[in-house]
Design a protein around this ligand. Structure first.
Ligand code: ADP
Ligand code: MG
Length: 979
């Protein structure tokens, strides 16, 4: 719209109404120079010509340009002048019937041609030329709308209608157009646009409606208010009417009502004063206040920026634009004398026209660039001071009538317009900061922020309190949890230790069990083997028995046959004797009957034969009898053998059953748990010791009877084996590469050595050497044990004792004693040495070979059996020594003392083992017999022991011996007395 209006109204230019005179040019047509009114000097260029208004500068106000205008806010703008021709009315038609029009319009050229007469005319150029057909709307848009827009942008503006009465000023400006909206005049249309462009409540549109008549301002909205004074701000030059009613316009209807009221009041006033409205000026004042929220940075210049940006950081600063629009319907411009108001005084007439004539003078002065502008001469010029040559944007609509009758008036009116076109105003943006509303806004913000801060503070405090509470709770629960954890971990640790120890125990138990298991499995295997053997044996026995039974049966049958034969022979012989007797009788009878010699010879021969037969039969009988006797003997023998065989078989059966039971027990025991274990273990021990007892029973070991029977049974078997295999071969097996073979061989040899009768043979056939060799070289515990046992057995024989010593047996035994910890082996070794101690001739060598030391060393085993053998040995030794002393071929103290035997004997005189104790007591008594030993006995505390023995020994002979020793040994006697 703006651009359109621009094109329509000001497209060409500024060369205000340069006249292009058609014929005779008029002197007044072209304005020569531009003038401005005093205080509002435009920023002229050097030529003094004001800068031509441009569409841009007029139309749009960019922030920059506005900022500029706000501070150095002046922009040259010429007063715009348009001319409007009223259509002919009835009166015109009547009066101008013989006249042609004096006015010719050239709207396309924006020219008006005014004819003086038929041959002369003058042409005037205006900013716009409206023909009689121009619509109210177009007039508004071209003349008033640019001003209205300017006013909405913050500039003051003025729209005025100037013209002769009846030319249509009021029609153009003040028409309400109640019936026909197209007839609405500038006032209604302007307000319509203003109301549409403002937004209450931040914006406001206020109106005052006034009438100026006879230099008196009357309020048309409150007609009682007359003579309203004009107030001029000395600083700003702002003109105001503080006494006038100001009504804030709500909407267009409200404004129409106000206009109507004003019009009615104007009419009433004029009627009352008996005046014509054409003599008064109607002035509508529109005060517009618009708020513009824009960034501070856009609003302030660089100088103020630093301070203000701190103050309004980022906030919109309210800017308010205050502008004023004046729409003036001037009084008729015709001369007063012509108006036909005859009743008025000249002074009055002058007064009536003062304002308008004063306006004319001012415009003339302005147009002529006069130094003095007489604005103060009238109220109208004071009110319009800003509209002409001031800071307002001004449009003037000049109305003319077509009638030639008013040619002069029309011409003067046109000239007024032409002069007005020369006036340049310096438009000024009326814009200011709305500090009041800013302050209100800021206060509101401060209040809001204060409340917000308080709220936040409260929230923070609450949050802080809550957090502290939570923290405390957390601390508490943490401490508690820690406590629980500590106790828990302690318990767990304890449990752990306990479990570990338990586990260790179980592990060791398991290992132990595993060992025992292995041991038992070995034993089971052995027992199974032996069972198998025994079964085989039994099988053999049964076949043998069968054969025996068969043989017996056969013999019995034979014997029965023989007996029958014998009986037959006897019967035969008896019948032969009978026959013989018969023959003899016959013979005698024959002799008696003296029958021939021949017959007798024959009979004699026959008798001879018979006798011979009888003899043979008798011898045969004899042999048969002896044969029978033999057979009976044989039978008895066989029966005996059978019986013993059965006996053995039964024994073996029993043994086998025993073994089987044991095997079952063991088998049962093997997979079972440790609860049964202790019993089995002891059983095992017994089983293990059985092997050694086979050849050790003679050395004072006590075994149950069934066991001994078993052993003797086995010995018999072994003897049988020996008989069959031959001792030599068995002895050869002792040197076998296979240790198993060696073990079995040495066991056989040891068993054989247990029998006196075998000992000589074993030694003769090199068995002793072989056994000593085993002691020397073998590392096998069983071999060492059994070999030692065999040697011990052999050492029972006095002859063998010397041999053993000669062959270094004592040394070997001592060595064996030192290198083994097996109590069974130690028992064997100790037994062997003890046996050797019983040979008086060997005592010195035995001592020298370390026999005594070895004996005493073996007590370390703690085994009562071993200790018993040691005590026996020492007793043997002491006995031999004592014998030697008595017989006089031994002198000096006992060899036992050097090796610490005396000390040991004294120390062990109270031992629990009866056998050991007996031997210890005996040895001590025997040592006490030798005067030479007395000193050592006394120093070793032996006296006390001997006294104790003499009193407490379980054996009477030893008690007596002790008493005797105490009595007979002078040194002991002396010591006793000394005590
Ligand atoms: P003024 O106010 O200048 O004395 P008015 O506005 O009262 O003149 O007009 C006088 C008469 O002319 C009125 O009856 C009005 O309706 C009529 N009139 C004026 N101008 C026009 C126009 N342009 N078109 C039609 N009628 C008009
Ligand atoms: Mg009028």
């Amino acid at each position: 719209m703006a651009s359109k209006s621009s094109r329509q109204s000001y497209s060409h230019n500024h060369n205000n109404g340069s006249s292009s005179s058609s014929s005779t040019s008029s002197s007044s047509s072209a304005p020569a120079s531009r003038t401005t009114v005093g205080h509002a000097q435009p920023a002229h260029n050097s030529s003094g010509r004001p800068k031509p208004p441009s569409a841009t500068s007029r139309r749009s106000v960019t922030p920059n340009s506005r900022t500029q205008s706000f501070h150095s806010d002046q922009e040259p703008r010429r007063v715009r002048v348009a001319i409007r021709l009223r259509p002919r009315n009835a009166e015109d038609l009547l009066s101008d019937a013989d006249f042609s029009d004096c006015v010719e319009l050239q709207p396309e050229l924006k020219r008006l041609k005014l004819s003086k007469n038929n041959w002369s005319s003058e042409s005037y150029r205006f900013d716009e030329v409206f023909t009689e057909t121009a619509s109210q709307k177009r007039v508004y848009e071209v003349v008033a709308k640019p001003v209205v827009e300017s006013v909405l942008n913050g500039y003051n503006g003025t729209v005025m209608a100037y013209g002769q009465t009846g030319t249509g000023k009021t029609y153009t400006v003040g028409r309400l157009g109640k019936e026909d909206a197209s007839e609405r005049g500038i006032m209604v249309r302007a307000l319509e646009d203003i109301i549409a462009s403002t937004s209450p409540p931040s914006d406001s549109v206020e109106v005052s409606y006034l009438q100026l008549y006879m230099e008196s301002i009357q309020d048309l909205l409150a007609p009682e208010k007359t003579n309203i004074p004009i107030n001029e701000d000395p600083k700003t030059g702002e003109v105001s009417l503080p006494g006038a009613t100001v009504v804030r316009v709500q909407d267009l209807d409200h404004f129409l009502q106000l206009l109507q009221v004003g019009e009615a009041n104007r009419h009433a006033a004029n009627t009352k004063m008996n005046t014509e409205s054409s003599r008064s000026h109607a002035i509508l004042m529109v005060h517009i206040r618009r708020s513009i929220h824009e960034k501070v940075n856009d609003e302030i210049n660089s100088q103020e920026k630093g301070t203000k940006s701190d103050l309004f950081d980022g906030n919109g600063i309210p800017i308010v634009r205050k502008s004023k629009l004046l729409i003036v319907d001037l009084a008729g411009s015709e001369r007063i004398d012509k108006s036909g108001s005859e009743g008025l005084l000249l002074e009055e007439a002058k007064f009536i026209n003062l304002s308008l004539s004063s306006l004319g003078k001012c415009i003339n002065a302005l147009a002529e660039n006069s130094s003095h502008i007489p604005t103060r001469d009238s109220k109208l010029t004071r009110l319009l001071r800003d509209s002409f040559g001031g800071s307002a944007r001004t449009s003037l609509i000049v109305t003319i009538g077509p009638s030639a009758r008013h040619h002069a008036e029309t011409a003067s009116t046109i000239m007024f317009g032409q002069r007005a076109m020369k006036i340049v105003n310096m438009v000024k943006l009326k814009e200011e900061f709305d500090y009041e509303s800013l302050s209100r806004k800021l206060e509101g913000q401060v209040d809001y922020l204060t409340a917000e801060i308080e709220r936040q503070q409260k929230l923070r405090d609450d949050g802080k309190y809550k957090l502290e509470k939570q923290l405390r709770e957390c601390h508490d629960s943490f401490a508690e949890a820690r406590k629980v954890l500590v106790t828990r971990s302690e318990i767990l640790e304890k449990e752990n230790i306990h479990l570990e120890s338990e586990m260790k125990g179980i592990l060791s138990e398991l290992n132990h069990q595993k060992d025992l298991n292995n041991l038992m499995q070995d034993k089971v295997a052995k027992l199974e083997m032996s069972l198998k053997h025994s079964e085989q044996h039994q099988l053999e026995n049964s076949t043998y028995q069968k054969v025996l039974a068969d043989t017996t049966q056969m013999y019995e049958k034979k014997m029965a046959e023989l007996i029958k034969q014998i009986e037959d022979e006897r019967a035969h012989s008896e019948s032969a004797e009978e026959q013989l007797a018969l023959m003899k009788k016959l013979l005698s009878e024959h002799q008696k009957s003296i029958q021939g010699q021949k017959q007798i010879d024959e009979l004699a021969l026959k008798l001879q034969e018979m006798y011979q037969l009888h003899e043979n039969t008798l011898s045969e009988l004899q042999s048969l009898k002896s044969e029978n006797k033999d057979l009976l003997l044989q039978k008895a023998k066989l029966n005996e053998e059978l019986h013993s065989m059965r006996q053995r078989l039964l024994e073996q059966e029993k043994q086998r059953k025993g073994i089987e039971n044991e095997l079952i027990k063991l088998k049962r025991a093997v997979p079972e748990n440790e609860n049964d274990f202790e019993d089995k273990k002891s059983y095992m021990k017994e089983e293990l010791s059985k092997g050694s007892s086979e050849f050790g029973n003679r050395m004072g070991s006590y075994r149950s009877n069934p066991l001994r029977e078993n052993i003797s049974g086995q010995r018999a078997t072994i003897a049988k084996i020996c008989e069959e295999v031959g001792l030599q071969k068995i002895l050869e097996l002792l040197t076998s590469e296979d240790s198993d073979v060696q073990v079995h061989a040495v066991k056989v040899v040891a068993n054989l050595a247990a029998e006196d009768i075998n000992q000589k043979r074993i030694v003769e056939e090199g068995g002793l050497d072989a056994l000593l060799m085993l002691l020397r070289s073998s590392e096998n515990t069983t071999i060492l044990r059994v070999a030692s046992g065999a040697i011990a057995n052999l050492a029972m024989n006095e002859m063998n004792q010397a041999l053993i010593m000669d062959k270094g047996g004592a040394l070997l035994l001592a060595k064996t004693a030192s290198k083994t910890e097996d109590p069974q082996t130690l028992r064997m070794v100790a037994g062997a040495l003890a046996n050797l101690c019983g040979n008086e001739k060997l005592l010195t060598v035995l001592k020298e070979d370390g026999g005594i030391k070895a004996l005493l060393g073996m007590v370390r085993s703690g085994s009562s059996d071993v200790i018993a053998q040691v005590a026996r040995g020492l007793a043997n030794f002491a006995k031999c020594e004592s014998r030697g002393v008595i017989q006089g071929h031994r002198i000096g103290r006992s060899l036992l003392i050097d090796d610490g035997a005396l000390t040991w004997l004294i120390a062990n005189s109270n031992t629990n083992s009866a056998s050991t104790r007996r031997h210890v007591e005996l040895a001590l008594c025997l040592l006490a017999q030798n005067e030479e030993n007395a000193k050592d006995i006394i120093s070793g505390g032996g006296i006390k022991v001997l006294i104790q023995i003499s009193a407490e020994s379980s054996r009477e002979d030893i008690r007596n011996l002790a008493k005797k020793m105490l009595r007979l040994n002078p040194s002991l006697q002396a010591d006793m007395h000394a005590r």
